[in-house]
Write a protein that binds this ligand. Structure first.
Ligand code: PEP
Length: 252
């Protein structure tokens, strides 16, 4: 049985105080009303991770960094290493989000280093992939996503690949209110699973949780999560309101 995962990505939102309140509220709702078989992850700013981990029940809710340094440590002013992230109590790291690829020039080369460091430290990467609108309009999204995977996670060994979570996030659907149709999301996730089966094995492909992200909300989550290859969601805007986030967690 693959893990069902609903992961929030708070992006660059909330002060530490606001983040603690949000985490407490999610924690209370998940403990009292949340679906027990869904893994819940809060992707908070680095500054919040330690405090958020103090107020969540780690047996039900986990935390994630939204990025990490490509080096283990040293003279890299402003960077936050995976071992620092680990020392906050976080257990996931979101890697390769399209906003980081686009605004901070994240490349496959730096992502490979970050993937290796994250896995070395025993944290779970949530590896993001997905195409821009022009690629979708040219109907070349499958080739585009395949290349992203070929250059990064498909360099991992089978053992390493089994430890990661993949999030397909079409850029044109992120923060736009425009969700991929259920069929578009299912088709891409089935395509990715098929690539894993071809490159590794069907057994490996069946073990890996693949999430959909992009304007996922309480109103469309149920439809999306009912698809055979969609194992949950990476949620931006709707993860900033605990009631909305809970509704997505309970959409299975
Ligand atoms: C995201 O940034 O990962 C995301 C899916 O954002 P939103 O849900 O706001 O589209």
């Amino acid at each position: 049985m693959r893990k069902k995962i609903v992961a929030g990505n708070w992006k660059c939102n909330t002060t530490i105080q606001e983040g603690i309140e949000l985490a407490k509220s999610v924690n209370d709702l998940v403990l009292s009303k949340g679906a027990k078989d869904v893994v819940v992850v809060l992707g908070t700013p680095f500054t919040h991770l330690y405090s958020v981990n103090e107020v969540i029940d780690n047996s039900r809710i986990h935390s994630a960094a939204q990025n990490c340094a490509a080096e283990a440590k040293g003279a890299f002013t402003g960077e936050v290493s995976v071992s620092m992230v680990k020392s906050t109590g976080a257990s996931y790291v979101i890697l390769g989000h399209s906003e980081r690829r686009e605004y901070y020039h994240e490349t496959s080369e730096s992502l490979n280093k970050k993937l290796a460091l994250t896995l070395e430290q025993g944290l779970t990467p949530i590896y993001c992939c997905g195409e821009a609108l022009a690629v979708r309009e040219a109907e070349t999204q499958n080739q585009f996503v395949k290349q992203q995977l070929d250059e990064t996670i498909f360099n991992l060994t089978e053992d390493q690949l089994e430890k990661i979570v993949i999030a397909y996030e079409p850029i044109w659907a992120i923060g736009t209110g425009k969700t991929a149709s259920t069929q578009q999301a299912q088709d891409m996730l089935a395509f990715i699973r098929g690539l894993i089966a071809t490159k590794y094995s069907d057994a490996v492909a069946q073990k890996i949780s693949i999430l959909y992200g992009g304007s996922c909300s309480a109103s469309n989550a149920n439809d999306l999560f009912s698809q055979p290859d969609i194992d949950g969601g990476l949620i931006g805007g709707a993860s900033l309101k605990s009631e909305d986030f809970l509704a997505i967690i309970n959409a299975y």
